[in-house]
Structures are given as structure tokens and as C-alpha cells.
Design a protein around this ligand. Sequence first.
Ligand code: NAD
Length: 242
Amino acid sequence: MEEKKTAIVTGASRGIGRATAVELAQTGYFVVINFKSNETAAQETLNLVRSAGGDGEICQFDVADHAQTIEAVKAITERHKHIQVLVNNAGITADGLFMLLGEEEWDSVINTSLKGFYNITKPVLREMVRKKCGSIVSVSSLSALMPNRGQANYAAAKAGIIAASRALAAEVARFGVRVNVVAPGLIETDMIKEAPVAEIKKMIPMARLGTPRDVAGVIRFLCSSDASYITGQVIGINGGIC
Ligand code: NAD
């Protein structure tokens, strides 16, 4: 019997993570919808996944918490045997000028994006390598490549994801595991509620913000067999900023 394809999407209760969960479900993945605290929103993602003809489950854990994440991956692996796809999407911002940036703002952003990458990728990877099959896509940011003032913590976390992914891609390519990164520009989600959108739009050649679907479609492609010779890459999704 053919094994069911399973994907984990972290931070999938809304925004880019939610769109990615729906997109992967439409291509046949059973999607594990990770959330940290908003169960109602995660359930809404699951409803959307099912309305799109797919299936999945919600799964609460904090990617910044090493022990919690290890436990969660162990339980997911017991239930689903093999995870073919991991999308490291969970992320937060805590902006502030570096001179005023508190330790909590530094640590929380690094711990969610970069330590979170370590916490979940390592246990998921073990099984992918054993089965010689898997695709890991992590959500970085244009901020990693063109950092903004007030975002030293975020830019560092997102640049760290790129460097770690490239190193990892080189390590595991021979085992059939691909590791790629997407670097979105400004995407219309709750995360950018406070951003000066009108000002930023002037710098985008396409003169519009991206949608969560714009990012999810690229993630879906990177997880598919159409991308079977792509690893260690960073794909910008930013309306033409270069
Ligand atoms: P969002 O705030 O709507 O979504 C972030 C998600 O991550 C939420 O579901 C949140 O609950 C979850 N999350 C946060 N901390 C978590 C934790 N410790 N454990 C598990 N889940 C956690 O914003 P979004 O725009 O959808 O962001 C998704 C990803 O895209 C983030 O990594 C973000 O940095 C990145 N990104 C966003 C933009 C943008 O303009 N919106 C641009 C570039 C990159």
C-alpha cells in the first residue's frame, strides 16, 4: 500500500502558513497544522484544508521550545510514520532600534525563527535521511538580504535561516533530502499591520503587496517533484525588488 504523504507546516493558524497548508493539502498531502496558542484559528485552517478537498490535523507546540518540539515531532512521526515535507514558517517580529532593543526582543525573535528551525528540522530530518526522501522549505525574508533599520533581530534570524539551510542542503543532498528557502517581500498578513504600506509600495516594481497565496504557490513548487534538482536555493517573492 502506498504511504500517505505528510507535511508539517509550522505557524499555520493564519497568514502564509495557513495558505501553505491549504496549497499542500490540494496537492495530496495530509497536513499537520502547527499552532502555538490560537486553537480556533488553527481549526479554521483545518476547515479550509477540508473545504479544499484535503485533510489534516491541528497540533499545538511552541517551535521555540526545544523539549516541546521534540516531543511533538515524536508523536507526529508515530502517527504518520514518514514526514515528506517540513515548512518552517513560524516567525515573529519585535522591532526596535538596536540601541534600544531589549534582550527579550532579541531572544524571542531569534528563538522563534532560528532556534525554531533547529528545534524542528533536526528530529524531522533524521527520518527523512533514513528514508532518503524529503523536502524542507523555510520562510526567510527580504529583510535578511536588504535589512531595514529597526529590525536587527529579525534580519539576523532570517539571515541565519538562509545560512543554516545552505549548509544543511550541502550535507543532506546525497541522501535525497532537499533544503530550500523562500524570501518574501511585503506580504499582506497580520504581521505587517503596522508597516507603512503606502510608502513601501512605491519601492515595489509591481506596485502591490504580495498575497499569502503568492508565497504558498512557490513553497508548493519547491516541495514538488518539479523541483527535484533544486536545493540550497533562496527564492525571492517580492514583486520585483532586486
Ligand atoms: P503571521 O503573524 O500571520 O503568522 C505567523 C505565524 O507564526 C502565526 O500563525 C503565529 O501564531 C505563528 N507562530 C509565532 N510564533 C510561534 C511559535 N513559537 N511556535 C509556533 N508558531 C508560532 O505572519 P505571516 O506574514 O503569515 O508570517 C509567516 C512567516 O513569513 C514568518 O516567518 C514571517 O517572518 C515571514 N515573512 C512574512 C512577511 C510579510 O510581509 N508578512 C515577509 C517576509 C517573511
